[in-house]
Design a protein. Structure first.
Length: 209
């Protein structure tokens, strides 16, 4: 996973509330286990409407999405985060999220920024004409007009985003400790080792290899 420290650029000034994961990526796109290509299906029903914000050339390729309250509610499908990432979104700013979506977002390198509604309203206005900056080091969202909004994020999730660590990366980072533990277990319980068993190790007290 690519480390995320800052996200800056244009933002989709959407602000819609109660957007569930079926709106983010409809169910018929869930037949794949690949993350690639899901951006094409992101917000499919919204994109079917004329003059929708996601097909507006002014916001093409925007790395930030400004949404409304309760974003990512509904099912727990991780495909929702995959679809957002595949369409180029690295940060979502909203008043609140579904807990499962928020967790899935972080695991896929997307920053879930929580700000009050008045800040959302201001950012929507700025996003119509100018860029927005999300900074994980200072934990702020800023604009070219001196707006500065502080946000909070679980320290562990922040660390994972800034270091580019998903669940696989976190496990690999503990490789030395895991290997040391496994070696100790083999010494303490040698009958659990297939290698020793295959080599003819006799289990104490049984007379069996």
């Amino acid at each position: 996973m690519t480390p995320v420290r800052r996200v800056e650029g244009r933002a989709y000034p959407w602000g819609a509330e109660n957007i569930d994961t079926d709106v983010i990526i409809p169910a018929h796109w869930l037949k794949t286990i690949s993350r690639a290509g899901l951006g094409k299906g992101a917000f499919e029903t919204v994109r079917a409407q004329p003059s929708n914000i996601f097909d507006d050339e002014r916001y093409a390729g925007s790395p930030i999405l400004i949404a409304g309250d309760n974003f990512g509610c509904g099912s727990s499908r991780e495909h929702a985060a995959w679809a957002l990432k595949d369409m180029g979104i690295t940060a979502v700013i909203a008043p609140s999220y579904s807990d499962i979506f928020s967790g899935n977002a972080v695991k896929n390198g997307i920053v879930p920024v929580v700000l009050p509604q008045d800040a959302i309203d201001r950012l929507i206005e700025v996003a119509k004409t100018d860029v927005i900056h999300v900074d994980l080091e200072t934990m702020t969202v800023t604009t070219p007009f001196q707006d500065r909004f502080e946000f909070a994020l679980d320290p562990f999730r922040r660390q994972c985003l800034m270091e580019g660590l998903d669940e696989v990366g976190l496990t690999l980072a503990r490789d030395t400790a895991i290997s040391k533990y496994e070696s100790a277990v083999v010494e303490q319980r040698p009958w659990l080792s297939r290698e020793r068993h295959d080599a003819g190790f006799a289990v104490e007290g049984t007379g069996r290899p």
